[in-house]
Design a protein around this ligand. Structure first.
Ligand SMILES: [Mn+2]
Length: 290
């Protein structure tokens, strides 16, 4: 069988010099590079024109796809992100393990984090077989403290507990919950978002306004019925309209970086459905960047 080489995002027509957004993939987590390429491939099947508004979602933004980076250590993610930020461009990172977000965030000062995720990812320690596999092939020092279920705790410990907003949280244990409560970390469950969307929107707008904002989208934020191909699906998730409403508020801040994580690579329809939603969700955020 012919091996597929590098794909680029469908609307990546400009040079690095002329672009607003720089895409790069991070091979962190099982099948991460394949997933990033699958997402790029899927982007070619999505219309960027939106008949609801009569506008092209990408009419104000230019995209350059830099391909996947070679990863020898986690700090490579920070270095690549920093290079893009120093060029005054916005990084858009594709990867599997949510741990990449912690290292991308190290490239920014005074940034607020908005995390779309079913999971709180705020455990002190955690390791199961799937996580052990997902950090391969990188050798991570103390992987129990540094993985896709603990990365947000590590970010909060750097004095960032007031710089975090969790959206769609519906999976955590009582230790995680106590940590969130004791540190007053801003968070909204799917029930909060559905029952009281106007209050959530107001709080989110206030959180983002006049700030630099980094957005991370873990695809398990969405309900598994519309995003089935994720590593850890959680019931009672949200739909695209909820996501759109929240993105509208986030864009009242200045988005300086974003990433998309946790699609599980399955070569079947479930993956196509999930990747299509992921690509459209990315367009939605990009369409709102000023
Ligand atoms: Mn998650």
């Amino acid at each position: 069988m012919e091996k597929r080489k590098f794909f680029s995002w469908s609307s990546s027509y400009v040079s690095l010099e002329d672009t607003d957004i720089v895409i790069f993939g991070v091979p962190l987590g099982r099948d991460s590079a394949r997933m990033a390429d699958f997402l790029r491939d899927t982007s070619w099947f999505i219309e960027s024109f939106d008949p609801n508004t009569g506008r092209d979602l990408l009419d104000k933004i230019k995209i350059f796809d830099a391909g996947n980076i070679a990863l020898t250590k986690l700090e490579d993610i920070s270095e690549q992100t920093k290079k893009i930020v120093e060029l005054n461009k916005i990084p858009l990172i594709f990867g599997k393990s949510h741990l990449l977000t912690l290292y991308a965030l190290k490239a920014f000062d005074d940034v607020k984090l908005v995390s779309f995720d079913a999971h709180a990812d705020i455990k002190e320690y955690y390791m199961d077989e799937r996580i052990a596999l997902s950090t391969e092939p990188l050798k991570v020092h103390d992987p129990r403290r540094l993985n896709c279920a603990t990365w947000l705790r590590r970010f909060c410990e750097l004095g960032n507990d007031k710089n975090v907003c969790l959206l769609g949280t519906r999976s955590c244990d009582d230790d995680d919950y106590n940590y969130i409560r004791d540190n007053r970390i801003l968070h909204f469950t799917p029930l909060d978002i559905r029952k009281n969307i106007s209050k959530v929107k107001k709080t989110l707008a206030g959180f983002c306004r006049n700030s630099k904002v980094y957005v991370t989208l873990d695809m398990d934020f969405f309900d598994p019925s519309i995003a089935p191909s994720v590593e850890h699906p959680e019931h009672d998730g949200l739909i695209f309209q909820d996501f759109q409403a929240l993105v509208n508020e986030i864009c009242k801040g200045r988005i300086v970086g974003l990433d998309l994580t946790e699609i599980q690579y399955l070569r079947e329809k479930a993956c196509e459905v999930t990747a299509t939603l992921a690509a459209r969700a990315i367009l939605e955020i990009l369409s709102k960047i000023k």
